[in-house]
Design a protein around this ligand. Structure first.
Ligand SMILES: Cc1cc2nc3c(=O)[nH]c(=O)nc-3n(C[C@H](O)[C@H](O)[C@H](O)COP(=O)(O)OP(=O)(O)OC[C@H]3O[C@@H](n4cnc5c(N)ncnc54)[C@H](O)[C@@H]3O)c2cc1C
Length: 410
Protein backbone atom coordinates (compact mmCIF):
# COMPACT_ATOMS: atom_id res chain seq x y z
CA UNK A 1 0.00 0.00 0.00
CA UNK A 2 1.41 3.42 -0.94
CA UNK A 3 2.09 5.90 1.92
CA UNK A 4 -0.73 8.29 0.86
CA UNK A 5 -3.40 5.60 0.67
CA UNK A 6 -2.16 4.05 3.96
CA UNK A 7 -2.56 7.44 5.59
CA UNK A 8 -6.00 7.91 4.02
CA UNK A 9 -7.22 4.52 5.23
CA UNK A 10 -6.14 5.47 8.77
CA UNK A 11 -8.23 8.65 8.74
CA UNK A 12 -11.98 8.67 9.30
CA UNK A 13 -14.10 10.39 6.64
CA UNK A 14 -14.85 13.50 8.81
CA UNK A 15 -11.17 13.83 9.78
CA UNK A 16 -10.09 13.56 6.17
CA UNK A 17 -12.77 16.04 5.13
CA UNK A 18 -11.55 18.53 7.77
CA UNK A 19 -7.96 18.14 6.58
CA UNK A 20 -8.96 18.65 2.95
CA UNK A 21 -11.12 21.61 3.87
CA UNK A 22 -8.23 23.41 5.58
CA UNK A 23 -5.84 22.55 2.79
CA UNK A 24 -8.35 23.66 0.13
CA UNK A 25 -8.94 26.95 1.98
CA UNK A 26 -5.19 27.68 2.14
CA UNK A 27 -4.48 26.90 -1.51
CA UNK A 28 -7.60 28.83 -2.54
CA UNK A 29 -6.33 31.95 -0.82
CA UNK A 30 -2.81 31.55 -2.29
CA UNK A 31 -4.13 31.11 -5.81
CA UNK A 32 -6.68 33.90 -5.77
CA UNK A 33 -4.66 36.81 -4.38
CA UNK A 34 -7.60 39.19 -4.12
CA UNK A 35 -9.52 38.15 -7.25
CA UNK A 36 -13.07 36.78 -6.77
CA UNK A 37 -13.53 33.09 -6.18
CA UNK A 38 -14.20 31.30 -9.47
CA UNK A 39 -16.75 28.49 -9.11
CA UNK A 40 -17.71 26.08 -11.90
CA UNK A 41 -21.19 24.62 -11.40
CA UNK A 42 -22.03 21.60 -13.54
CA UNK A 43 -25.73 21.08 -14.31
CA UNK A 44 -28.43 23.74 -14.77
CA UNK A 45 -31.34 21.81 -13.22
CA UNK A 46 -33.22 23.01 -10.14
CA UNK A 47 -30.21 22.33 -7.91
CA UNK A 48 -27.31 23.61 -10.05
CA UNK A 49 -29.12 26.62 -11.51
CA UNK A 50 -30.08 28.02 -8.11
CA UNK A 51 -26.64 27.26 -6.64
CA UNK A 52 -25.00 29.18 -9.48
CA UNK A 53 -27.34 32.15 -9.03
CA UNK A 54 -26.79 32.33 -5.26
CA UNK A 55 -23.01 32.09 -5.69
CA UNK A 56 -23.08 34.87 -8.26
CA UNK A 57 -25.18 37.10 -6.02
CA UNK A 58 -22.73 36.46 -3.18
CA UNK A 59 -19.92 37.92 -5.30
CA UNK A 60 -18.28 34.84 -6.85
CA UNK A 61 -17.35 34.56 -10.50
CA UNK A 62 -19.47 31.63 -11.72
CA UNK A 63 -19.40 29.45 -14.83
CA UNK A 64 -22.46 27.24 -15.21
CA UNK A 65 -21.93 24.22 -17.47
CA UNK A 66 -24.91 22.42 -18.92
CA UNK A 67 -24.81 19.37 -21.23
CA UNK A 68 -28.15 19.95 -23.01
CA UNK A 69 -30.16 22.94 -21.77
CA UNK A 70 -31.64 24.18 -18.53
CA UNK A 71 -34.78 22.12 -17.80
CA UNK A 72 -34.24 19.82 -20.79
CA UNK A 73 -36.69 16.92 -21.25
CA UNK A 74 -34.17 14.25 -20.19
CA UNK A 75 -33.33 15.99 -16.93
CA UNK A 76 -35.24 15.47 -13.68
CA UNK A 77 -36.23 19.15 -13.64
CA UNK A 78 -37.85 19.03 -17.10
CA UNK A 79 -41.58 18.93 -17.88
CA UNK A 80 -44.39 21.27 -16.97
CA UNK A 81 -44.96 21.18 -13.24
CA UNK A 82 -43.78 20.14 -9.78
CA UNK A 83 -45.68 20.14 -6.51
CA UNK A 84 -44.61 22.47 -3.72
CA UNK A 85 -45.97 21.58 -0.27
CA UNK A 86 -44.81 21.75 3.33
CA UNK A 87 -46.22 18.43 4.54
CA UNK A 88 -43.14 16.40 5.46
CA UNK A 89 -42.26 14.04 8.26
CA UNK A 90 -38.98 15.87 9.00
CA UNK A 91 -38.80 19.44 10.25
CA UNK A 92 -35.82 20.35 8.08
CA UNK A 93 -37.88 19.93 4.90
CA UNK A 94 -40.83 21.90 6.30
CA UNK A 95 -38.49 24.82 6.98
CA UNK A 96 -36.69 24.47 3.66
CA UNK A 97 -39.98 24.29 1.74
CA UNK A 98 -41.23 27.44 3.53
CA UNK A 99 -38.04 29.32 2.71
CA UNK A 100 -38.00 27.99 -0.85
CA UNK A 101 -41.60 29.11 -1.36
CA UNK A 102 -40.64 32.66 -0.37
CA UNK A 103 -37.77 32.56 -2.85
CA UNK A 104 -39.99 31.15 -5.62
CA UNK A 105 -42.55 33.88 -4.97
CA UNK A 106 -39.89 36.53 -4.96
CA UNK A 107 -38.47 35.16 -8.23
CA UNK A 108 -41.93 35.08 -9.85
CA UNK A 109 -42.42 38.74 -8.95
CA UNK A 110 -38.93 39.91 -9.85
CA UNK A 111 -38.81 38.11 -13.23
CA UNK A 112 -42.52 38.60 -13.94
CA UNK A 113 -43.00 34.97 -14.86
CA UNK A 114 -45.68 32.66 -13.42
CA UNK A 115 -43.25 30.23 -11.77
CA UNK A 116 -45.41 29.53 -8.71
CA UNK A 117 -49.12 28.82 -9.02
CA UNK A 118 -50.90 29.01 -5.67
CA UNK A 119 -53.63 26.43 -5.97
CA UNK A 120 -53.49 24.86 -2.52
CA UNK A 121 -52.33 21.31 -1.82
CA UNK A 122 -54.54 18.59 -0.38
CA UNK A 123 -52.85 15.66 1.36
CA UNK A 124 -55.02 12.61 2.04
CA UNK A 125 -54.46 9.20 3.59
CA UNK A 126 -55.47 6.45 5.99
CA UNK A 127 -52.47 5.82 8.19
CA UNK A 128 -52.00 8.79 10.54
CA UNK A 129 -48.22 8.44 11.15
CA UNK A 130 -47.37 10.75 8.30
CA UNK A 131 -50.11 13.20 9.24
CA UNK A 132 -49.12 13.41 12.92
CA UNK A 133 -45.48 14.19 12.12
CA UNK A 134 -46.30 16.63 9.34
CA UNK A 135 -48.90 18.54 11.38
CA UNK A 136 -46.61 18.82 14.40
CA UNK A 137 -43.82 20.34 12.30
CA UNK A 138 -46.14 22.57 10.29
CA UNK A 139 -47.75 23.92 13.45
CA UNK A 140 -44.35 24.63 14.99
CA UNK A 141 -43.19 26.33 11.78
CA UNK A 142 -46.37 28.41 11.50
CA UNK A 143 -47.42 26.90 8.15
CA UNK A 144 -51.13 27.39 7.44
CA UNK A 145 -53.12 24.17 7.14
CA UNK A 146 -56.66 22.97 7.67
CA UNK A 147 -58.03 19.52 8.48
CA UNK A 148 -61.01 18.52 6.37
CA UNK A 149 -63.51 15.72 6.81
CA UNK A 150 -63.69 13.56 3.68
CA UNK A 151 -67.45 14.28 3.42
CA UNK A 152 -66.71 18.01 3.51
CA UNK A 153 -64.36 17.48 0.59
CA UNK A 154 -67.02 15.72 -1.42
CA UNK A 155 -69.43 18.58 -0.68
CA UNK A 156 -66.86 21.17 -1.68
CA UNK A 157 -65.94 19.36 -4.90
CA UNK A 158 -68.69 17.55 -6.76
CA UNK A 159 -66.99 14.98 -8.98
CA UNK A 160 -64.64 13.79 -6.20
CA UNK A 161 -65.09 10.45 -4.46
CA UNK A 162 -63.80 10.40 -0.82
CA UNK A 163 -64.26 6.64 -0.34
CA UNK A 164 -61.60 5.06 1.90
CA UNK A 165 -59.98 8.35 2.86
CA UNK A 166 -59.34 8.63 6.61
CA UNK A 167 -57.99 12.18 6.81
CA UNK A 168 -57.40 15.17 4.58
CA UNK A 169 -55.20 18.17 5.23
CA UNK A 170 -55.30 21.25 3.08
CA UNK A 171 -52.42 23.69 2.70
CA UNK A 172 -53.89 26.87 1.20
CA UNK A 173 -50.56 28.58 0.57
CA UNK A 174 -48.94 25.77 -1.40
CA UNK A 175 -49.41 24.82 -5.05
CA UNK A 176 -47.19 23.96 -7.98
CA UNK A 177 -44.17 25.27 -9.84
CA UNK A 178 -43.71 25.64 -13.58
CA UNK A 179 -40.67 23.34 -13.76
CA UNK A 180 -39.00 23.87 -17.14
CA UNK A 181 -39.98 27.52 -17.22
CA UNK A 182 -38.41 27.97 -13.80
CA UNK A 183 -35.10 26.41 -14.89
CA UNK A 184 -35.06 28.69 -17.93
CA UNK A 185 -35.91 31.71 -15.79
CA UNK A 186 -33.08 30.95 -13.34
CA UNK A 187 -30.64 30.53 -16.23
CA UNK A 188 -31.80 33.80 -17.81
CA UNK A 189 -31.44 35.67 -14.51
CA UNK A 190 -28.00 34.11 -13.98
CA UNK A 191 -26.84 35.35 -17.39
CA UNK A 192 -28.50 38.77 -16.99
CA UNK A 193 -26.75 39.24 -13.64
CA UNK A 194 -23.33 38.49 -15.12
CA UNK A 195 -22.89 34.71 -14.90
CA UNK A 196 -21.19 32.75 -17.65
CA UNK A 197 -23.44 30.01 -19.07
CA UNK A 198 -21.80 27.40 -21.31
CA UNK A 199 -23.21 24.42 -23.10
CA UNK A 200 -21.19 21.21 -23.14
CA UNK A 201 -20.82 17.91 -21.37
CA UNK A 202 -17.93 17.99 -18.92
CA UNK A 203 -16.20 15.42 -16.72
CA UNK A 204 -14.25 15.86 -13.51
CA UNK A 205 -10.51 15.89 -14.20
CA UNK A 206 -7.84 14.20 -12.08
CA UNK A 207 -7.50 14.67 -8.36
CA UNK A 208 -4.01 15.93 -7.55
CA UNK A 209 -2.86 16.54 -3.99
CA UNK A 210 -6.37 16.30 -2.57
CA UNK A 211 -7.84 18.77 -5.09
CA UNK A 212 -9.69 18.45 -8.36
CA UNK A 213 -7.34 19.72 -11.06
CA UNK A 214 -10.10 20.90 -13.42
CA UNK A 215 -12.98 19.90 -15.66
CA UNK A 216 -12.42 18.00 -18.87
CA UNK A 217 -14.47 19.07 -21.84
CA UNK A 218 -15.57 16.71 -24.61
CA UNK A 219 -13.29 18.44 -27.14
CA UNK A 220 -10.29 17.57 -24.97
CA UNK A 221 -10.01 21.06 -23.47
CA UNK A 222 -9.78 21.69 -19.78
CA UNK A 223 -11.37 24.31 -17.58
CA UNK A 224 -9.97 25.39 -14.26
CA UNK A 225 -11.78 27.06 -11.42
CA UNK A 226 -11.17 27.42 -7.69
CA UNK A 227 -14.16 25.35 -6.64
CA UNK A 228 -16.44 22.92 -8.47
CA UNK A 229 -20.04 21.97 -7.78
CA UNK A 230 -21.44 18.89 -9.51
CA UNK A 231 -25.25 19.08 -9.64
CA UNK A 232 -25.78 16.56 -12.42
CA UNK A 233 -29.04 14.96 -11.27
CA UNK A 234 -29.35 11.35 -12.47
CA UNK A 235 -25.94 11.58 -14.19
CA UNK A 236 -24.07 12.35 -10.95
CA UNK A 237 -23.64 8.67 -10.18
CA UNK A 238 -21.90 8.05 -13.52
CA UNK A 239 -19.43 10.89 -12.94
CA UNK A 240 -18.37 9.56 -9.52
CA UNK A 241 -19.11 5.83 -9.68
CA UNK A 242 -16.61 4.77 -7.01
CA UNK A 243 -18.14 7.22 -4.55
CA UNK A 244 -21.84 7.25 -5.45
CA UNK A 245 -22.76 3.95 -7.10
CA UNK A 246 -23.68 2.50 -3.70
CA UNK A 247 -25.67 5.60 -2.67
CA UNK A 248 -27.72 6.60 -5.68
CA UNK A 249 -30.34 4.68 -7.61
CA UNK A 250 -31.85 6.15 -10.76
CA UNK A 251 -35.44 5.02 -11.25
CA UNK A 252 -37.90 5.38 -14.14
CA UNK A 253 -40.97 7.49 -13.39
CA UNK A 254 -43.99 7.96 -15.62
CA UNK A 255 -46.35 10.93 -15.57
CA UNK A 256 -49.69 11.06 -17.42
CA UNK A 257 -52.00 13.81 -18.62
CA UNK A 258 -55.75 13.39 -19.12
CA UNK A 259 -58.44 15.71 -20.39
CA UNK A 260 -62.17 15.32 -19.70
CA UNK A 261 -65.29 17.29 -20.41
CA UNK A 262 -68.50 18.42 -18.75
CA UNK A 263 -69.48 20.86 -16.02
CA UNK A 264 -68.07 18.74 -13.15
CA UNK A 265 -64.74 18.39 -14.92
CA UNK A 266 -64.62 22.13 -15.57
CA UNK A 267 -65.28 22.77 -11.88
CA UNK A 268 -62.47 20.38 -10.87
CA UNK A 269 -60.12 22.05 -13.36
CA UNK A 270 -60.95 25.45 -11.93
CA UNK A 271 -61.05 24.63 -8.24
CA UNK A 272 -59.65 21.26 -7.16
CA UNK A 273 -56.26 21.70 -5.45
CA UNK A 274 -53.05 19.89 -6.17
CA UNK A 275 -53.52 16.58 -4.35
CA UNK A 276 -51.59 13.60 -3.03
CA UNK A 277 -52.83 10.38 -1.49
CA UNK A 278 -50.43 8.65 0.87
CA UNK A 279 -51.14 4.93 0.94
CA UNK A 280 -50.03 1.61 -0.46
CA UNK A 281 -49.25 3.54 -3.60
CA UNK A 282 -48.69 7.27 -3.59
CA UNK A 283 -50.79 8.84 -6.30
CA UNK A 284 -50.64 12.58 -6.77
CA UNK A 285 -51.99 15.01 -9.29
CA UNK A 286 -52.08 18.55 -10.54
CA UNK A 287 -55.32 19.81 -12.07
CA UNK A 288 -54.66 22.82 -14.29
CA UNK A 289 -57.03 25.62 -15.16
CA UNK A 290 -56.75 24.72 -18.87
CA UNK A 291 -58.46 21.36 -18.13
CA UNK A 292 -55.37 19.16 -18.23
CA UNK A 293 -55.16 16.72 -15.30
CA UNK A 294 -51.68 15.50 -14.45
CA UNK A 295 -51.45 12.27 -12.46
CA UNK A 296 -48.47 10.17 -11.39
CA UNK A 297 -47.57 7.37 -9.02
CA UNK A 298 -44.68 8.17 -6.69
CA UNK A 299 -43.78 4.45 -6.26
CA UNK A 300 -40.25 3.85 -7.50
CA UNK A 301 -39.95 2.35 -10.99
CA UNK A 302 -37.16 0.13 -12.34
CA UNK A 303 -33.55 1.33 -12.39
CA UNK A 304 -32.51 2.96 -15.66
CA UNK A 305 -29.79 4.88 -17.45
CA UNK A 306 -31.07 8.46 -17.93
CA UNK A 307 -29.34 8.79 -21.31
CA UNK A 308 -30.80 5.68 -22.90
CA UNK A 309 -34.08 4.82 -21.14
CA UNK A 310 -37.28 4.75 -23.23
CA UNK A 311 -39.30 7.94 -22.94
CA UNK A 312 -42.52 6.21 -23.91
CA UNK A 313 -45.07 5.50 -21.17
CA UNK A 314 -46.17 1.89 -20.74
CA UNK A 315 -49.78 0.89 -21.58
CA UNK A 316 -50.01 -0.70 -18.09
CA UNK A 317 -48.99 2.58 -16.47
CA UNK A 318 -51.50 4.59 -18.48
CA UNK A 319 -54.26 2.08 -17.64
CA UNK A 320 -53.49 2.18 -13.89
CA UNK A 321 -53.51 5.99 -13.89
CA UNK A 322 -56.79 6.07 -15.81
CA UNK A 323 -58.34 3.65 -13.35
CA UNK A 324 -57.27 5.58 -10.26
CA UNK A 325 -58.30 8.92 -11.76
CA UNK A 326 -61.71 7.52 -12.62
CA UNK A 327 -62.10 6.07 -9.11
CA UNK A 328 -61.21 9.26 -7.20
CA UNK A 329 -62.75 11.61 -9.75
CA UNK A 330 -65.70 9.79 -11.33
CA UNK A 331 -66.28 12.89 -13.45
CA UNK A 332 -62.99 12.05 -15.16
CA UNK A 333 -63.86 8.39 -15.72
CA UNK A 334 -64.13 8.91 -19.47
CA UNK A 335 -61.23 11.37 -19.75
CA UNK A 336 -58.84 10.99 -22.68
CA UNK A 337 -55.19 10.25 -22.17
CA UNK A 338 -53.54 13.08 -24.08
CA UNK A 339 -49.86 12.94 -23.16
CA UNK A 340 -47.21 11.28 -20.96
CA UNK A 341 -43.71 12.07 -19.78
CA UNK A 342 -41.01 9.71 -18.58
CA UNK A 343 -38.47 11.09 -16.18
CA UNK A 344 -36.26 9.70 -13.42
CA UNK A 345 -35.77 10.02 -9.70
CA UNK A 346 -32.24 10.01 -8.27
CA UNK A 347 -32.84 8.17 -5.08
CA UNK A 348 -30.74 7.90 -1.91
CA UNK A 349 -31.44 4.98 0.48
CA UNK A 350 -32.88 7.33 3.14
CA UNK A 351 -34.55 9.79 0.75
CA UNK A 352 -32.39 12.71 1.92
CA UNK A 353 -30.35 14.90 -0.42
CA UNK A 354 -26.60 14.88 -0.85
CA UNK A 355 -24.94 18.29 -0.41
CA UNK A 356 -21.39 17.67 0.69
CA UNK A 357 -17.74 18.10 -0.16
CA UNK A 358 -16.10 15.34 -2.18
CA UNK A 359 -14.26 13.31 0.48
CA UNK A 360 -11.12 13.06 -1.68
CA UNK A 361 -11.05 16.53 -3.28
CA UNK A 362 -11.29 19.58 -1.03
CA UNK A 363 -12.41 21.93 -3.80
CA UNK A 364 -15.21 19.75 -5.23
CA UNK A 365 -18.82 19.52 -4.05
CA UNK A 366 -21.55 17.01 -4.79
CA UNK A 367 -25.19 18.08 -4.89
CA UNK A 368 -27.96 15.64 -5.78
CA UNK A 369 -30.11 12.76 -4.63
CA UNK A 370 -33.36 14.70 -5.19
CA UNK A 371 -35.22 11.47 -4.33
CA UNK A 372 -38.47 12.50 -6.02
CA UNK A 373 -39.06 15.61 -3.88
CA UNK A 374 -36.17 17.96 -4.63
CA UNK A 375 -37.50 20.47 -7.14
CA UNK A 376 -39.42 22.67 -4.72
CA UNK A 377 -36.32 22.99 -2.53
CA UNK A 378 -34.09 24.21 -5.39
CA UNK A 379 -33.78 27.84 -4.24
CA UNK A 380 -33.23 26.94 -0.56
CA UNK A 381 -30.87 24.05 -1.26
CA UNK A 382 -28.93 26.13 -3.80
CA UNK A 383 -28.53 28.83 -1.16
CA UNK A 384 -27.19 26.29 1.35
CA UNK A 385 -24.77 24.89 -1.20
CA UNK A 386 -23.52 28.35 -2.14
CA UNK A 387 -22.91 29.15 1.53
CA UNK A 388 -21.05 25.87 2.01
CA UNK A 389 -18.80 26.57 -0.98
CA UNK A 390 -18.09 30.06 0.37
CA UNK A 391 -17.21 28.63 3.79
CA UNK A 392 -20.18 30.36 5.45
CA UNK A 393 -22.09 27.24 6.44
CA UNK A 394 -21.19 23.77 7.68
CA UNK A 395 -22.40 20.68 5.87
CA UNK A 396 -25.82 19.60 7.18
CA UNK A 397 -25.17 16.10 8.61
CA UNK A 398 -28.47 14.82 7.16
CA UNK A 399 -27.18 15.71 3.67
CA UNK A 400 -23.62 14.56 4.29
CA UNK A 401 -21.84 11.67 2.62
CA UNK A 402 -20.76 10.24 5.98
CA UNK A 403 -24.30 9.80 7.35
CA UNK A 404 -25.29 6.28 8.35
CA UNK A 405 -28.51 6.52 6.29
CA UNK A 406 -26.54 6.26 3.07
CA UNK A 407 -25.72 2.66 3.88
CA UNK A 408 -22.77 0.68 2.54
CA UNK A 409 -19.80 2.85 1.75
CA UNK A 410 -21.44 5.92 3.28
C1 LIG B 1 -41.67 12.53 -12.61
C2 LIG B 1 -41.08 13.37 -11.52
C3 LIG B 1 -41.92 14.07 -10.66
C4 LIG B 1 -41.39 14.83 -9.64
N1 LIG B 1 -42.25 15.54 -8.85
C5 LIG B 1 -41.75 16.40 -7.94
C6 LIG B 1 -42.62 17.28 -7.25
O1 LIG B 1 -43.83 17.26 -7.46
N2 LIG B 1 -42.08 18.15 -6.36
C7 LIG B 1 -40.74 18.22 -6.13
O2 LIG B 1 -40.32 19.03 -5.32
N3 LIG B 1 -39.89 17.39 -6.79
C8 LIG B 1 -40.36 16.51 -7.69
N4 LIG B 1 -39.51 15.70 -8.41
C9 LIG B 1 -38.07 15.68 -8.08
C10 LIG B 1 -37.34 16.84 -8.71
O3 LIG B 1 -37.83 17.09 -10.00
C11 LIG B 1 -35.85 16.56 -8.71
O4 LIG B 1 -35.43 16.24 -7.39
C12 LIG B 1 -35.06 17.76 -9.18
O5 LIG B 1 -35.57 18.25 -10.40
C13 LIG B 1 -33.60 17.37 -9.34
O6 LIG B 1 -32.89 18.43 -9.92
P1 LIG B 1 -31.33 18.30 -10.27
O7 LIG B 1 -30.87 19.67 -10.57
O8 LIG B 1 -30.65 17.53 -9.20
O9 LIG B 1 -31.27 17.34 -11.54
P2 LIG B 1 -31.57 17.62 -13.16
O10 LIG B 1 -32.78 18.43 -13.24
O11 LIG B 1 -31.54 16.32 -13.77
O12 LIG B 1 -30.38 18.52 -13.56
C14 LIG B 1 -29.11 18.00 -13.83
C15 LIG B 1 -28.57 18.75 -15.03
O13 LIG B 1 -27.21 18.40 -15.18
C16 LIG B 1 -26.92 18.31 -16.56
N5 LIG B 1 -25.75 17.45 -16.68
C17 LIG B 1 -25.65 16.15 -16.31
N6 LIG B 1 -24.42 15.69 -16.53
C18 LIG B 1 -23.70 16.71 -17.03
C19 LIG B 1 -22.37 16.86 -17.46
N7 LIG B 1 -21.50 15.84 -17.39
N8 LIG B 1 -21.96 18.06 -17.94
C20 LIG B 1 -22.83 19.12 -17.99
N9 LIG B 1 -24.11 19.02 -17.60
C21 LIG B 1 -24.55 17.85 -17.13
C22 LIG B 1 -28.19 17.70 -17.14
O14 LIG B 1 -28.32 17.93 -18.53
C23 LIG B 1 -29.27 18.38 -16.31
O15 LIG B 1 -29.75 19.55 -16.95
C24 LIG B 1 -39.99 14.92 -9.44
C25 LIG B 1 -39.14 14.22 -10.31
C26 LIG B 1 -39.67 13.47 -11.34
C27 LIG B 1 -38.74 12.75 -12.26
Amino acid sequence: MKRRSRLRSMLSVPLLAGLLERRAGRSDQRRRRGRPLHVAVVGAGAFGGWTALHLLRAGARVTLWEAIEAGNPLASSGGESRVIRHAYRQRIYVDMAAHALELWQEASRRWQRPLFIQRGVLFMGQDTDFLDDARRHMQAAGVAHEMLEPVQLAKRHAGFNPEGIGWAMYEPEAGYLAARLACEAVRDAFVAEGGEYRLGRVRPGRVVGGELAGLELTAGDRLQADQYVFACGPWLRQLFPELLAAHLKVTRQEVYFFRGSGAKVDALARGFPVWAEVGERFWYGIPAADGLFKIADDSRGPEVDPSTQSREATPAGIAAARQFLGYRFPALGTAHHVDSRVCQYTETPDGHFIADRHPGAGNAWLLGGGSGHGFKHGPALGERMAEQVLGQRAVEPQFGLARPGLGAGG
